[in-house]
Write a protein that binds this ligand. Structure first.
Ligand code: SAH
Length: 498
């Protein structure tokens, strides 16, 4: 049976501005065909087993020609594949989406279209420009300023000037001078406010606000580059007053999140909401323990406490119990200890309340807190990573306790974005790298190899993580207590000082 092709507008940048319907379509895809303007963090939504086809233009490499993209889509659909065609911004706005759908229709391939947030409207919104305003502009016109090979862009300047609305030019940076000259020649007021927005909606967004007569020179001085768009109109005068984005405390900072994919989302969203440009680059992955026998055997004994040292451990324990044909009631009668707030929250998601969270969120403090509550010759069931540190079990054993240290998951070093991390480090363009465990530091160092790490700062969740980061000559800042909230507070304080 012929598969369905779904055109999905990916939005102007990060995953945060992808629609829910778009995300759902990607999650269900057998294959995703995507463009250059689609951010890598949207690509992380593609299911592991699905095929990815990059038809976008990279520096120096030509894009796949449109005819070939059309043919690829038909071929995939005819092979029965549920195909997602992912396009930057909105699929029908200067993305040749219409041509793709005509071709699919002509070949009898069913298709549907999920619109996206277009950069033409979103970038102005992030730059403090309402594209219409009762006082300053009652229409908005979106125009391509891309010229056909060797020609001037065909733009009807006199009509645009006569309309008096807001003008948004896409693909216009290369032709900026011609566009401004065209408007002036058609009689536009040289003092009309005009703006160029580079990397709109991103944490690295930049803008130049000037007038139609001064914009081009100013943009060249500041070196703005593509992707960028031009906004012309009286609404641009609002740009500084209504700029809510570039004043956010982390705006302009590029921050990498290294924790495993399934746990990265919360931290990423928090950093983004504070204005940061976030690179989600998981450096470790969590794999359920292959062997269930140690857990099964351990559950034949009785314990006073079950202890969890990470949110991943809670989920992995629940999954492992399910694979054994059991559930969390297997821990009945035990008290539950969580190393920190995040782990306690993971327990809460299963309806369980942690009976103990140490004041400081690390292995040594967890051991001390447990020892205060354990009876003599007590027993503790540790459900954690095979690679977990020795401090906790050794401290308990030294005090005469029985410890069953059961691996419910493995932490493996794996990173899919090594080239990008290396490039950003080489350019000194990575301000902070967040580390939520020692293993994320190890995974990061393995990913970037012998790159110089002296320009970046490691934001560490706790003292043990910091110690490992220091071993690799990183500058470090460390949360006062091992929790995401404290990491953010620490980061904000550091940004405030520099
Ligand atoms: N379909 C897309 C536009 C594709 S044309 C959309 O709806 O957004 C590509 C042009 O879009 C670029 O040349 C640039 O002018 C603009 N563009 C795309 N993303 C942008 C961004 N984040 N900031 C500024 N301009 C952007």
């Amino acid at each position: 049976m012929t598969g369905m092709v779904t055109l999905v507008g990916a939005g102007p940048g990060s995953r945060a501005l992808l629609t829910l319907a778009g995300a759902e379509a990607i999650r269900r895809a057998d294959v995703v065909v995507y463009d250059r303007l689609v951010d890598t963090d949207i690509l992380t939504l593609i299911p592991c087993g699905a095929e990815r086809i990059d038809v976008g233009k990279r520096a120096g490499v030509h894009p796949v020609p449109q005819e070939e993209i059309n043919a690829i889509l038909v071929r995939l659909a005819q092979a029965g594949k549920n195909t997602v065609r992912l396009k930057g911004g909105d699929c029908y706005l200067f993305g040749r989406g219409g041509e793709e759908c005509e071709y699919l229709h002509a070949h009898g391939v069913p298709f549907r279209v999920i619109p996206g947030v277009t950069s033409a409207l979103a970038a102005p919104a992030f730059a403090g420009i309402p594209v219409t305003h009762r006082e300053y502009g009652s229409s908005v016109h979106i125009i391509t300023a891309q010229a056909r090979a060797g020609k001037e862009p065909e733009i009807d300047y006199p009509s645009l000037v006569r309309l008096g609305g807001t003008l948004v030019f896409l693909m216009g940076l290369a032709a900026l001078e011609q566009v401004m000259d065209g408007l002036l020649a058609a009689g536009m007021d040289p003092q009309m406010p005009a703006t160029v927005i580079e990397n709109g909606t991103r944490g690295i967004q930049r803008k130049v606000v000037d007038t139609v007569s001064g914009l081009a020179a100013q943009v060249r001085t500041e070196g703005l580059q593509s992707p960028a768009l031009i906004v012309v109109g009286r609404v641009c005068a609002c740009s500084n007053t209504l700029d809510w984005w570039t004043g956010l405390p982390l705006h302009g900072k590029r921050i990498a999140v290294t924790r495993p994919q399934e746990r990265a989302g919360g931290l990423t969203a928090r950093l983004r909401a504070l204005g940061a440009e976030v690179i989600e680059a998981p450096c470790i992955a969590i794999e359920p323990a292959a062997e269930l026998e140690p857990l099964r055997a351990a559950l034949e004994n009785r314990y006073d406490w079950a202890a969890f040292t990470s949110p991943a451990g809670v989920k992995a324990a629940a999954d492992a119990l399910r694979r054994l044909g059991r559930d969390l009631r297997a821990l009945y009668g035990m008290q539950l200890a969580a190393i920190g707030r995040g782990t306690a929250e993971a327990l809460a998601a299963y309806g369980l309340t942690a009976d103990l969270i140490p004041a400081q969120y690390d292995g040594a403090h967890l051991a001390a807190a447990l020892l205060e509550r354990l009876p003599e010759k007590g027993a503790v069931l540790l459900l954690r990573a095979r690679q977990g540190g020795k401090i906790l079990p050794e401290a308990l054993r030294r005090a005469g306790m029985t410890v069953a240290d059961v691996p419910v998951y493995d932490t493996v070093y794996r990173c899919g974005r090594t080239d990008e991390l290396r490039r950003l480090l080489a350019e000194g363009a990575l301000d902070y790298v967040t580390f939520t465990s020692g293993s994320t530091v190890e995974g990061f160092v393995r990913a970037v190899g012998d790159t110089d790490l002296s320009d970046m700062t490691a934001l560490c969740i706790g003292a043990q993580t910091e110690e490992i980061a220091k071993r690799y000559q990183m500058k470090t800042i460390t949360a006062s207590n091992a929790a995401i909230d404290d990491m953010i507070a620490c980061l904000l304080e550091d940004c405030h000082h520099v």
